[in-house]
Design a protein around this ligand. Structure first.
Ligand code: ADP
Length: 304
């Protein structure tokens, strides 16, 4: 069974804006799933529907097998959402914040684990400090702990590392990995493609309210059509030559060419042969494998 299952999910906002245009998506249990898309693609709308903050206008959504309309309590209990905004009641301490959240989810007192969670996100020494005295990084960690108070099998992190420094990003990543290793299904949205490439095993790309890709990371990466080869030449060039079959040729400096090509149409070897035929001797060649950014730009038309 899926952790999250969406069928024909639609959302048209009151003003007439269609944010989700029939989303079909299955997020397998136990996966570390990346939900990517340019700004305005519909990611937040999708998350907010699952979190019960936005009302869908069509289709169905299930969390852990529970339909959000027919079984909203169980659906909610199965999901923890870490929002993007660092919003807190400034007058509660981290410990109180977690206790309050546990109360909202009906977690009995003897089953609460507020201190344990604070230890996990390394906030135990701030347990009784006012939330407003916490740094941005600490608030973000507190939000993660808050999403976990009811021990949900699925957690969604919305842009977990937006605007955080490298050190905190590494710490959040290792914590997310640990959660996943302990069996939690993790869904994250991010606009750092590097983050998805680093963490996720499956990736879906949303564009204009539709799913334009949904596959495991390796397959997605191998879908990139464009490849790049940089060649060093023996002689100086004044301008980039035209190479038949290449999408683009740039002169990096007088002796180096950056060549972009569609790997379904031509191979690197053929490009080199063409250079030789033009009387250009190649002294060195570097190819670059496509990364997620290449695929993302191809699928979203470069709006990233
Ligand atoms: P993302 O999270 O991928 O950036 P959103 O889900 O926030 O995308 O937005 C999807 C589209 O819906 C955008 O065009 C956005 O302007 C629009 N939208 C989002 N929230 C509202 C709202 N409350 N009312 C009207 N339109 C909205």
């Amino acid at each position: 069974m899926d952790a999250i299952r969406l069928r024909g999910l639609q959302k048209t906002y009151a003003g007439g804006k269609r944010a989700l245009d029939g989303i079909d998506l299955s997020i397998p249990r136990g996966s570390m799933f990346g939900l990517l898309g340019p700004n305005g693609a519909g990611k937040s709308t999708l998350i907010n529907i699952l979190a019960g903050l936005v009302v869908k206008t069509g289709g169905t959504a299930e969390v852990w097998g529970f339909d959000i309309d027919q079984n909203p309590r169980n659906a909610k209990a199965s999901l923890g959402v870490v929002p993007q905004e660092l919003l807190f009641d400034a007058f509660f301490t981290p410990y109180e914040t977690l206790e309050l959240q546990a109360g909202l989810f009906g977690v009995p007192k003897d089953q609460r684990r507020s201190m344990e969670l604070l230890r996990k996100v390394r906030l135990e020494d701030k347990a009784h400090a006012y939330a407003r005295t916490l740094s941005g990084g600490m608030k973000r960690r507190l939000l993660i702990a808050k999403a976990l108070v009811h021990n949900p099998p699925v957690i969604i992190l919305d842009e977990p590392t937006a605007g955080v420094d490298i050190e905190l990003r590494q710490m959040l990543w290792s914590y997310v990995r640990e959660l996943h290793a302990n069996g939690t299904t993790v869904v994250l949205t991010t606009h750092y493609l590097e983050e998805a490439e680093e963490l996720c095993d499956r990736i879906a790309i949303v564009n204009h309210g539709r799913i334009v890709a949904d596959t495991d990371k390796q397959t997605l990466l191998s879908q990139a059509r464009e490849k790049r080869v940089v060649v060093a030449l023996e002689t100086d060039l004044a301008e980039a030559p035209v190479i038949e079959g290449a999408t683009r040729v740039d002169l990096l400096d007088s002796r180096r060419l950056d060549i972009l090509y569609d790997k379904s149409r031509i191979q690197a070897g053929a490009i080199l042969t063409r250079l030789q035929a033009m009387g250009l001797s190649v002294v060195d060649v570097t190819t670059r494998e496509a990364d997620l950014e290449d695929v993302f730009l191809e699928l979203t038309g470069g709006q990233g």
